[in-house]
Design a protein around this ligand. Structure first.
Ligand code: ATP
Ligand code: MG
Length: 131
């Protein structure tokens, strides 16, 4: 997912380019906006964390780009491409190093397991929207 901060900063194009240049195939793509309720559900695993309210507010404040990306070893390789949660710790050449402003507003989301990638893909896309 390309988060609201990166959409606001007009960075959809360069972020998608970094994904495709890194060898990810776009299987599904959508420009949409999450309600607070949907954002809360998407990040429900963090509901007990102190930053949850802030996270829900941020993720629902403007449009996002959702995508299903395909590649061998996709989850691990995508996490490497996006970089550390805190952009101050993200390596050179990562999406967060280049585009993220803070630990909260960090430009992109990546699934953390094949199982969650399945769940999150189903959250945004029907079978008819996948190619
Ligand atoms: P994501 O799940 O969005 O790919 P991540 O897996 O790198 O990020 P998580 O630990 O899953 O990191 O946290 C989810 C999101 O919650 C972060 O990307 C960030 O937007 C927000 N977040 C995490 N830690 C903090 C924090 N300490 N303060 C504010 N927001 C935070
Ligand atoms: Mg995460």
């Amino acid at each position: 997912m390309i988060k609201p901060d990166a959409v606001e900063a007009n960075n959809i194009g360069p972020i998608l380019a970094m994904m495709t240049e890194a060898g990810f195939k776009i299987v599904a793509l959508k420009y949409t906006k999450l309600s607070a309720e949907q954002a809360g559900k998407f990040y429900a695993v963090h509901s007990e964390r102190p930053f949850y309210g802030e996270l829900v507010e941020f993720m629902s404040r403007g449009p996002i780009v959702a995508a299903i990306l395909e590649k061998d070893n996709a989850v691990e390789d995508f996490r490497k491409l996006i970089g550390a949660t805190n952009p101050a710790q993200a390596e050179e050449g990562t999406i967060r190093k280049r585009f993220a402003k803070s630990i909260g507003e960090n430009a992109v989301h990546g699934s953390d397991s094949d199982e969650n990638a399945q769940i999150e893909g189903d959250f945004f896309f029907s079978q008819l929207e996948r190619f």
